[in-house]
Design a protein around this ligand. Structure first.
Ligand code: PLP
Length: 429
């Protein structure tokens, strides 16, 4: 028998909504494998591997595998004044919008936006210290998930790392002893994802600033202001101790660097903010061109910065979710659990995540199902990522948009029905 034509098989898959060339690939592979019927499954796997929305029911607000901070994008096709000065008609600067607004919100003279936090540190070190020395405490030689290690970034920038102090204690005298004409920068790095506790000592920014060389402080998570003026209820308790851009600059940092998609709550980006002469030196460095973000990122970051300046914390999805009162989550959980056979309302603890605020928990509420339903939930029409512990599956509502409650409820109900069907020998329920 002649195998079916590639085109006929591909056309039979058109309901999957994939572009025709991808359906043709699936059809061709299936026919070559001698199993034309497998084309649908092959194409389905391609469709499932595409980037698409998922429901984050893990309770980890900034989940690295789920793209850290949630992002709203609604953007009709249009040009922007990305590098056009509308007043003069001349070439403008990419730093005129999002970067300028962020500088304003952080109380910085100037700011520059790059692709991520790692890029911000790399560029600042390359621009200010290539071929010279950078002094860092041994307690701050951090590794951030995904392979960002301070000594390696330092090497990549062309600066020489000078370690001072010990893992748990570094004193001002340690820095002073390392100072010579070759030192271009004193680098301070926030221990984002770990803490050193017990017999410890480190040196505050004001003292570091008094040493002479500019202090670059990699604060990591992009909290703009300790006082969180964008939140009506003031700073949440779980934020305690997290360094903020505004106060770090006030206390003597010449530059701060941070991510756009951690506590800042914007798109993936990196920000260098502080003294205008140093920001300008970063902008002039050839690496700045290689690390510059595109208009989509700058537009999203501008939205985020405008929300900060307008004190509209509720318009920044991360802050809206992080500060939703548990009572509100409980109301939603009760509605959901009532519609899910076996569903139970449970208290749980969310975490900020994203390599920030280790060990800190935000009280939350979720819906639990007995058994491990993680795999079934991932296969739902809108995939749900949930947590499994102590023999039950918990969907934490803190990082779930209320608009997704219906889809979450359907996924939980389907998982519950499926679990019951397979677990109990044949009796229909
Ligand atoms: C997260 C982090 C980085 C890296 O930022 P990315 O945006 O992930 O590249 C660098 N330094 C510190 C202290 C961080 O917390």
């Amino acid at each position: 028998m002649r195998p079916p034509s590639v085109d006929a098989v591909a056309r039979s898959l058109s309901d999957l909504g994939l572009p025709h060339p991808l359906l043709v690939d699936a059809a061709r592979e299936a026919i070559a494998a001698g199993d034309p019927d497998s084309a649908r499954q092959r194409a389905t796997m391609v469709a499932r591997a595409l980037l698409r929305p998922v429901i984050n029911a893990t309770g980890v607000l900034l989940h690295t595998n789920l793209g850290r901070a949630p992002l709203e994008v609604h953007h009709p096709a249009r040009y922007t004044n990305l590098e056009l000065d509308l007043a003069t008609g001349r070439r403008g600067s990419r730093s005129a919008h999002a970067a300028a607004l962020l500088a304003r919100a952080a109380g910085a003279e100037a700011a520059l936006v790059v692709n991520n936090g790692a890029g911000a540190v790399l560029l600042a070190l390359a621009a200010l210290a290539a071929g010279r020395s950078v002094v860092v405490s041994r307690g701050e030689l951090v590794e951030i998930g995904g392979g960002f290690r301070i000594p390696e970034v330092m090497a990549g920038s062309g600066a020489r790392l000078v370690e001072v102090g010990t893992t748990n204690r570094t004193r001002l005298g340690d820095y002073r002893a390392a100072l010579d004409d070759d030192v271009a920068v004193v680098l301070k790095v926030h221990q984002s994802n770990y803490r050193i506790v017990g017999f410890t000592e480190d040196v505050g920014l004001a003292a570091l600033a008094g040493l002479g060389p500019p202090v670059v402080y990699d604060i990591g998570s992009g909290l703009l202001d300790e006082a969180t003026p964008w939140l009506t209820g003031g700073p949440p308790r779980w934020l305690a101790g997290e360094p903020a851009a505004r106060q770090s600059l006030e206390r003597g940092a010449a530059l701060v660097t941070f991510s756009g998609d951690k506590l800042l709550g914007g798109p993936q980006a990196g920000v260098i903010a502080g003294r205008s002469d140093l920001v300008a030196a970063c902008a002039r460095h050839p690496l700045a061109r290689a690390l510059r973000p595109g208009p989509l990122v700058l537009a999203a970051l501008q939205e985020t910065a405008l929300a900060y300046l307008d004190r509209r914390g509720e318009d920044i999805p991360f802050w809206r979710m992080a500060t939703t009162p548990p009572a509100e989550l409980r109301r939603r959980a009760e509605r959901l659990a009532a519609a899910v056979p076996g569903g139970e309302v449970v208290d749980c603890a969310s975490t900020p995540g994203g390599g920030s605020l280790p060990g800190l928990e935000i009280p939350s509420v979720g819906v639990a199902l007995a058994g491990d339903h993680a795999a079934a939930l991932r296969q739902a029409p809108v995939p749900v990522i949930a947590r499994v512990s102590d023999g039950r599956t918990v969907a934490d509502l803190r990082a779930v948009d209320p608009a997704d409650d219906a889809a979450l409820g359907q996924a939980l109900a389907a998982a519950a029905a499926h679990g019951r069907g397979s677990g109990d020998s044949g009796s229909a329920g």
